[in-house]
Structures are given as structure tokens and as C-alpha cells.
Design a protein around this ligand. Structure first.
Ligand SMILES: *Cc1c(COP(=O)(O)O)cnc(C)c1O
Length: 423
């Protein structure tokens, strides 16, 4: 099936007499006739549901849909994008371990990596976009477990150099983990470019209507953990499952199996069934929304380029953008999603004024909604970062982030240009 069809159909197939729409199974637990049957589920001897923290039919529908779109072997739905990234990293790293991440990433992820994981004894070594393969290799030691990047960085708008990261990851027999939130599987499938694990904030375009915070981890099934000394937890016998060895017994889905039955079991950041239902519904129109978001964003980026109150525009869809080549290489049809960033002349003060002048664009801490919205990261999402960290994260203090919706392109452009004219 083509991607468009998978958006609509994947994840649920009704059997005779069953509801046409994947139902919301709003139940914490599942009943069995015998204690032996339930025991087998706990021992992972049989597949089945017993407690929604570990699995639920509605979550399974969404997991299957996103896994099908990404071309993975399995997925795990989480309560938020941050929960997805946290569980995804903890599935590979213990205290004393380290990993490498692009410094151009989402502000919340930057804090998680830079502060919270550091306090747990997991060190993140950041690399900027100019780092060469040799620069990255110098940071790798026996305890380095993965490389992390964002396909389209939020809000920096840069496109990950998958060729560079995957070459280094392969050379060191190491996992490449990609946050594919902004591009979505409709525009980019990172497993085709060397990724082994994908994380999503389904909060964004997958939902697409700003109704449900959520996340998804997807396993590419394309990495051999068994026998690889970098991943001791996949090669030892697990005491909590009677000596099961995840790398061997989990076969191609070893990563996602362990994320669920260890990570999710112990940390408990599962998605709510109702949120999974809404996210499924949103994803059914992903193929209709992403081209529209992208076309509207390109029209707006072009208009911004010519405005006297605009210092610079960052949108990889623009033909003279420094990431445009990578956009053409990794993103389908040159579509670069709906996030457009620009530097307003007059810095922080002008950014505040500009936001007040907008009518259609609402000020919200969100992107990827079908309704257009605006944010000034330096005074909101990234306000914990120092001026130095802001620049390293690709978020200078005059950066305004626009999330271009699916409204009419003329209305979108007029609203922004009017707001700029009034400065
Ligand atoms: C929003 C976002 C996240 C975090 O997702 P939440 O659902 O808000 O926790 C992670 N990565 C990227 C790229 C995001 O845009």
C-alpha cells in the first residue's frame, strides 16, 4: 500500500460484525478465565492484554498505524513526546553511559539531555551542524550508546545530515535515533536513511488538531543488538522475565519489546486510550494536511523574504536555503512541513509587538495545528537557555516561529504581512 492509503487504513481491520471505526477501549484491565492464562501473559509466553500500562487494543491500533507509516516492526505509544524520548534513551543507557546528540533540537529535549539525564549519570555530548565525522568520532567511547538528531529541527528549521550521522553510527555499530516529529512519516521515512529508532511527539502533525498530547517510539527492526557489546542489557538474562535475553528472544522487535516490558512497565508513561483514538483520527488525514501545510508555508516564507522588517528567513523549502539540498534529498516532493522561522528586525521588543498585531495567528505554545499559530521561543519554550545556549540551539533571540496552518494561503500571508507593516 502507498503512504496515503496507510494513513487512512493502517492499524485497524474490523472482523465480521465489529465496529468500522477502531473502538476506544477505556478499560484499565482485561479479564481471564484461569490464573494460568494470566500467568502466561505476565511471563510473555503468550501475547495478549492484561493491564493498559503494558498494552491496550486502542493503543495497539495507533502503534500499528504509525509503525506501518514509518516502515518499522513495532511501536509503543506514550503519554507525550518527551515520554517517548525519555523511554527511548533509557532503553539503551544506564548511569555511566553516554550518547551524542545534535545541539539543534527541541528545547524540552535539550533540557532533558543537558540537565535531567545528566543528573541520572547519563551524559549527552552535543555536536553542532558543522561537526565533521571525525569530530563526532572523537566523542565516541565504549560507553557511547547512540546518536540522536531531529529530521527537521524544532525550531531551528535545519535538516539532519542523515548520511553523516548514519555513517558514523554504522562504523561504531551504534544506534541512530531520530525525532521525526516535524517532518512526519508522510514527508520522511528515516529508516530508509540509516535510522534504527524513531521517536515522535504525536502531539504535533500526527494528531494535527491540537487535541492530544502524546508520543510514539518506533523500532526499525534493522539493528542487531544480540552479540553487540555496546548493549549489555540486550545480551544478559533478565531476572524479571525468568532469564529471557531481549536481544535473542525479542528477535527483530527486541528494542520495542524491552521498551514496553521494562521501560513502560517500570516508568508508566502510557498514552490514554481516548488520546490514541483522537490521534488515529488525526493521522487519517495526514496525507491531505502535510502538502497543504507545506505549500502554505512556502508561500509565506517567500513573502517574508521580501519584507523590510524581516532580517532573515529559515525555511528549508526555499530554493536558496542552505538546507534546501538536504530537503530535496530526504523529504518527499520538496515539501518541508509548516514551520517557518524568521528574524524580526528590532529583536525581542519587535517580536512581542509583531505577535500582538496578528489576528489569524494565535499565540500558543504549540506547532503543527491545522490552525496557524505563533511563538517567540526565546521568551517562552527556550527561556531557560542562556544566550550562548540559544545560539548553539539555533534559536537567536529575535527568532519568531510560525506554524502555518491549513487555512487559505492568501489569508495567512496577509495576516503576517499586515502585522509586519504595523511595526
Ligand atoms: C513537541 C516536541 C517534542 C515534545 O513533545 P511533547 O508531546 O510536547 O512532550 C519533542 N520533539 C519535538 C521535535 C517536538 O516538536
Amino acid at each position: 500500500m502507498k503512504l496515503d492509503t496507510k494513513c487512512v487504513q493502517s492499524g485497524y481491520e474490523p472482523k465480521n460484525g465489529e465496529p468500522r471505526v477502531a473502538p476506544i477501549v477505556q478499560s484499565t484491565t482485561f479479564a481471564y478465565d484461569t490464573p494460568e492464562e494470566m500467568g502466561d501473559l505476565f511471563d510473555l509466553k503468550k501475547p495478549g492484554y492484561f493491564y493498559t500500562r503494558l498494552g491496550n487494543p486502542t493503543l495497539a491500533n495507533l502503534e500499528e498505524k504509525i509503525s506501518a507509516l514509518e516502515g518499522g516492526v513495532g511501536a509503543l505509544a506514550t503519554s507525550s513526546g518527551m515520554a517517548a524520548t525519555t523511554l527511548a534513551i533509557l532503553n539503551l543507557c544506564d548511569a555511566g553511559d553516554n550518547f551524542i546528540a545534535s545541539s539543534e533540537i527541541y528545547g524540552g529535549t535539550y533540557n532533558l539531555f543537558n540537565v535531567t539525564l545528566g543528573r541520572l549519570g547519563i551524559e549527552c555530548k552535543f555536536v553542532n551542524k558543522n561537526a565533521t565525522e571525525e569530530d563526532i568520532e572523537k566523542l565516541i567511547d565504549d560507553k557511547t550508546r547512540l546518536i540522536f538528531c531531529e529530521t527537521i529541527a524544532n525550531p531551528a528549521g535545519t535538516i539532519a545530515d542523515f548520511d553523516k550521522y548514519s555513517k558514523v553510527a554504522k562504523k561504531y555499530n551504534m544506534v541512530l535515533m531520530v525525532d521525526n516529529t516535524i517532518s512526519t512519516p508522510y514527508l520522511c521515512r528515516p529508516f530508509n536513511f540509516g535510522a534504527n529508532v524513531i521517536v515522535h511527539a504525536s502531539t504535533k502533525y500526527l494528531d494535527g488538531h491540537a487535541t492530544s498530547v502524546g508520543g510514539v517510539i518506533v523500532d526499525g527492526g534493522n539493528f542487531e543488538y544480540y552479540g553487540n557489546p555496546r548493549y549489555p542489557r540486550f545480551n544478559e538474562q533478565d531476572a524479571s522475565y525468568h532469564g529471557l535475553v531481549f536481544g535473542k528472544d525479542g528477535s527483530k522487535g527486541a528494542y520495542i519489546l524491552r521498551a514496553r516490558v521494562i521501560g513502560m512497565r517500570d516508568i508508566g508513561a502510557q498514552m490514554a486510550p481516548f488520546n490514541a483514538f483522537l490521534t488515529m483520527l488525526g493521522t487519517e488525514t495526514l496525507h491531505l494536511r502535510m502538502p497543504r501545510h507545506s505549500e502554505n508555508a512556502l508561500a509565506l516564507a517567500k513573502a517574508l523574504k521580501n519584507h523590510k522588517n524581516v532580517e532573515w528567513v529559515k525555511y528549508a523549502g526555499l530554493s536558496d536555503d542552505e538546507d534546501h539540498k538536504k530537503a530535496n534529498k530526504y523529504l518527499d516532493n520538496g515539501y518541508a512541513a509548516g514551520m517557518v522561522c524568521f528574524g524580526v528586525k528590532g529583536g525581542r521588543e519587535a517580536a512581542v509587538k509583531f505577535q500582538k498585531n496578528l489576528k489569524l495567528f494565535k499565540i500558543v505554545t504549540h506547532i503543527a495545528d491545522s490552525r496557524s499559530c505563533v511563538l517567540h521561543p526565546a521568551s517562552t519554550t527556550h527561556r531557560q537557555l542562556s544566550e550562548e545556549d540559544l545560539v548553539a540551539a539555533g534559536v537567536p533571540n529575535n527568532l519568531v516561529r510560525l506554524s502555518v496552518g491549513t487555512e487559505n494561503a492568501d489569508d495567512i500571508v496577509n495576516d503576517v504581512i499586515n502585522a509586519l507593516n504595523k511595526l
